[in-house]
Every structure is written in structure tokens, then in C-alpha cells.
Ligand binder design. Structure first.
Ligand code: PLP
Length: 455
């Protein structure tokens, strides 16, 4: 590393999130210094397609003058205010109304926070508060799924079902139970149909609730399409069957729409795609197209009424953050939603998503590729050592990570997830030509990886 370069100063001063710290000390970072459209540029001016929209969030790409204007307008007008104790910045009301106009039924109200992790943490607190208010203090366990990603706070990190987010942190905490991931490719028995597999998972969920005691289970949390766990699309009828089980045992459904929300799956929300009627829902990331941190936890009418009852009992609803619903972030989110409407984001994702899904499915016959999955503008390609037995490569070989490094060298940024899953979640402003170029760069990296393996 060149002394005093940005990379050298990074190694000297930054503690990096989700990074192998000793390897990073040796290699240093890729320094990104600007962005435009679906591209970002490093310090030397090299251009990359951001194949994962940063962290699944930069839905409108890396320059949007209207969002810059919305932020600076709001900064001039009212740079800070809060919603504590009955006050409110006007822009937050506008945002709540705009969000409710598209939110799945039966959601009615939103509380704004700063990140997806906080939103999920709050969802759990709400489930607990509701059950206390309803006089059933023992109904507190939360069922999540293995491979899920719900964040990093002590509770959302506990809901997460990925070892790398828990190892060393003494997570998960008690009251969290994990059930199987609905991934037909790896989880189904030979010849088991998607429908039968979904039925089996719903039965398994019911057995878990029975074993734990339905009177102890408060909520079930799920991403409609799992993101960081490996872009896992459930069987079509999975959520319908799961919801029937939850209804039977009076268990709340918390939908984590932090990745799927705002058009990504070809509907406003993943809940719309899979017929989910959530009691609580969390959103973040694309709510502001990644331009500023803002997130929200949305609740249904009955959940809200229970919160009111709890607030009467305790004297107030005792939750809030200084920056939750920050007016500048709210103004940016409001403008983001306007842009999504104007560009018909749902129609656009369906159209361009078809190009992405069809383009990637051409790789299904490639000797390195086990499964191609996804919908709308989110997709994944899973690399396998043996196609017949669906066996992944030994993790230590870092085959997916190697492909990602090669893709970076060819101007495509993406990520390898557990099981050598290469993820695609580009900014939703990408067009068919952008998809074709992204796949061309992926293609070169895939062929290089395949050649290297045969050497
Ligand atoms: N939920 C899902 C589905 C996510 O993908 C993420 C982040 O990637 C989170 C929650 C946590 O959000 P944040 O990183 O904003 O805390």
C-alpha cells in the first residue's frame, strides 16, 4: 500500500464491518469515490456496474438530482425535528401517508427509525408489548428461519439465521427459535414437488409451535425472498400455508421487506408477490433509495389498538430514537416514492427483470452452475462442485469469492453469499442494455473461474 494513500489511511483508522479484519489489514479496501447511474468509480476512475445496488439499497442508482434538491430544501426549511410527545415535522406525516397508500393490507400506521435492524428490533418489541397489553405475558417467543438476515442489533442479530453474523457474539439470545429455510433445491426430498415441500415445511412449523407451546409463541418473521441468505425464493404456496398455521395459533406475521420492498420483486412489496397479509412489516434501504438512513415499522389496525391499550396502561408508548423519522431523510424518502410512481417502478422491474431472469437462466447448463433463482430484479446463481448431487464446494476454497474478485476486475461489483451464491440486485433504474452488459461481465468472470478450476 502506498504510504498515506486512502487505502493506507483506511487500514490505519477504520474498523470495517462484515470484513475479515486480518486479511483486510494486508489487502486494504477498494476505495470508491463517486457514482453515476448504475455505476460507481474507484479512485483511479475505473468504472464498475453496481450489481448489488450497494447493499441492495441504491434503487435509483448513484445520482438523482431531485433527491439532492429534496434534502437541501428540507435542510434549509427544518433540518431537525422529532415526533416525541405529540410533536411532528410535517414532512413525516406526508411520508407516512404516501407509504400507507402503497403498503399491503391490513397495515395502517408507521413508526420511523434509522435502519432495518432497528425496525426489526422494534417489530419484536411491538409483538411483546402487544401481548403484555393483551394480558398474555408468556407469549413472547419469535420464530425466524435459518439463513434469514434481519440485522445486527442484539435481537435482529438473533433473528438472523446465519452463523457469520452470530459467531463470537453469543447470539442468538433466548426466546428465538429457528425453523427450516424454504429452499426446494437443497431442502426437498428427491421427487418432492414444490407444493408437497411447502406443505411439509408448514407442518414442521406447526410442530415447532406445538412443541414450544402456542401460548409462548408471539410472532414469526420472514423476508418474502431471502436476500443475504442466498436469494432464496420460496415455493409459491409456502406463505399461504404458513399463514394458515400462524392464524390457528394466534401468532403474528412480521414481514421483513427491507430488501424486497418498493418494487424489487415486481410488485410494490414482496407481501403482494406472495399473498402475505402481515400484522407488522419493516422497510428500509430502498425507502430512500439508499440516499439517507431511514426505515420504518408498520403495524395493522388491531396491533395499533393493542399498542394504544398498552400505552394507557404504562402512561406512554415508550420507544423512539433521536433521529428516527429525521425530516431530511423523510423528505428524501417522500421524493423517492414520487419518483418510483412516476417511473412506474413496478412495471419497469417486471419488464427489465424479465431480461435479467431470462439472461441468467441461460447459465443453468453451465458445468459450474447448480441453480439460477430469483424474480423481478433480484437473482442469484449458485455454483456447485457436483451438479448431480447438488454439492457445494468446500467453503475454504472460496470459489464464489474468487469469481467475485474476477468480476470486479472486469467492472462488475457483486457479492458471494453462503453456498457460493453470486447475487444480483442492481439499481432498479437499470435498462435492458445495462442488464446485458452486467451479464457480459459476469460471463467473463464465470469462464475464468471455470478455466482456473480445470487447470
Ligand atoms: N433485513 C434484511 C432483509 C436485510 O437485508 C437487512 C440488511 O441487509 C436488514 C434487515 C438490516 O438492515 P440494516 O443494515 O439497515 O440495519
Amino acid at each position: 500500500m502506498i504510504p498515506n494513500s486512502t487505502a493506507a489511511r483506511d487500514v490505519a483508522y477504520l474498523l470495517h464491518p462484515y470484513t475479515n479484519l486480518s486479511a483486510h489489514r494486508e489487502s486494504g479496501p477498494l476505495v470508491i469515490s463517486r457514482g453515476k447511474g448504475i455505476h460507481v468509480y474507484d479512485e483511479e476512475g475505473r468504472e464498475y456496474i453496481e450489481g448489488l445496488a450497494g447493499l441492495w439499497c441504491a434503487g435509483l442508482g448513484f445520482d438523482q438530482e431531485r433527491l439532492v434538491e429534496a434534502a437541501s430544501r428540507q435542510m434549509r426549511q427544518l433540518p431537525f425535528y422529532h415526533a416525541f410527545g405529540g410533536k411532528v415535522p410535517d414532512v413525516l406525516v406526508d411520508l407516512a401517508e404516501a407509504l400507507m397508500a402503497i403498503a399491503p393490507k391490513p397495515l395502517e400506521r408507521a413508526l420511523f427509525v434509522n435502519s432495518g435492524s432497528e425496525a426489526n428490533d422494534l417489530a419484536v418489541k411491538i409483538a411483546w408489548y402487544v401481548n403484555n397489553a393483551l394480558g398474555r405475558p408468556e407469549k413472547k417467543k419469535i420464530i425466524a428461519r435459518r439463513k434469514a438476515y434481519h440485522g445486527v442489533t442484539v435481537m435482529s442479530g438473533s433473528l438472523t439465521g446465519l452463523a457469520y453474523a452470530q459467531d463470537g457474539f453469543d447470539l442468538p439470545v433466548s426466546r428465538v427459535v429457528h425453523v427450516d429455510t424454504p429452499h426446494h433445491y437443497h431442502g426437498a426430498e428427491p421427487d418432492e414437488s414444490e407444493e408437497d415441500y411447502a406443505t411439509r415445511l408448514a407442518e414442521q412449523l406447526e410442530a415447532t409451535i406445538q412443541a414450544e407451546g402456542p401460548e409462548t409463541v408471539a410472532a414469526f418473521i420472514a423476508e418474502p425472498v431471502m436476500g443475504a441468505g442466498g436469494v432464496i425464493v420460496p415455493p409459491r404456496t409456502y406463505f399461504e400455508k404458513v399463514q394458515a398455521v400462524l392464524r390457528r395459533h394466534d401468532v403474528l406475521f412480521i414481514a421483513d421487506e427491507v430488501i424486497c420492498g418498493f418494487g424489487r420483486t415486481g410488485n410494490w412489496f414482496g407481501c403482494d408477490t406472495f399473498g402475505i397479509r402481515p400484522d407488522i412489516m419493516t422497510v428500509a434501504k430502498q425507502l430512500s433509495a439508499g440516499f439517507l438512513p431511514i426505515a420504518a415499522t408498520l403495524v395493522s389496525g388491531p396491533v395499533y389498538e393493542a399498542l394504544v391499550a398498552g400505552s394507557d396502561k404504562h402512561g406512554m408508548f415508550g420507544h423512539g430514537n433521536t433521529y428516527g423519522g429525521h425530516p431530511v431523510a423523510a423528505a428524501v424518502a417522500l421524493e423517492t416514492l414520487k419518483i418510483y410512481h412516476e417511473m412506474d417502478i413496478v412495471g419497469r422491474v417486471r419488464r427489465v427483470g424479465t431480461a435479467l431472469q431470462e439472461g441468467l437462466r441461460r447459465y443453468i447448463d453451465h458445468p459450474l452452475v447448480g441453480e439460477v433463482r430469483g424474480l423481478g430484479l433480484i437473482a442469484g446463481v449458485e455454483l456447485v462442485a457436483d451438479k448431480a448431487s447438488r454439492t457445494n464446494f468446500d467453503k475454504a476454497r472460496g470459489i464464489g469469492a474468487g469469481l467475485v474478485r474476477r468480476a470486479q476486475a472486469h467492472g462488475l461489483l457483486t457479492r458471494a453469499m453462503p453456498g457460493d451464491l453470486i447475487g444480483f440486485c442492481p439499481p432498479m433504474i437499470i435498462d435492458e442494455a445495462g442488464v446485458a452488459e452486467m451479464l457480459r461481465r459476469f460471463d467473463v468472470a464465470l469462464e475464468e473461474s471455470w478455466s482456473a478450476l480445470r487447470e
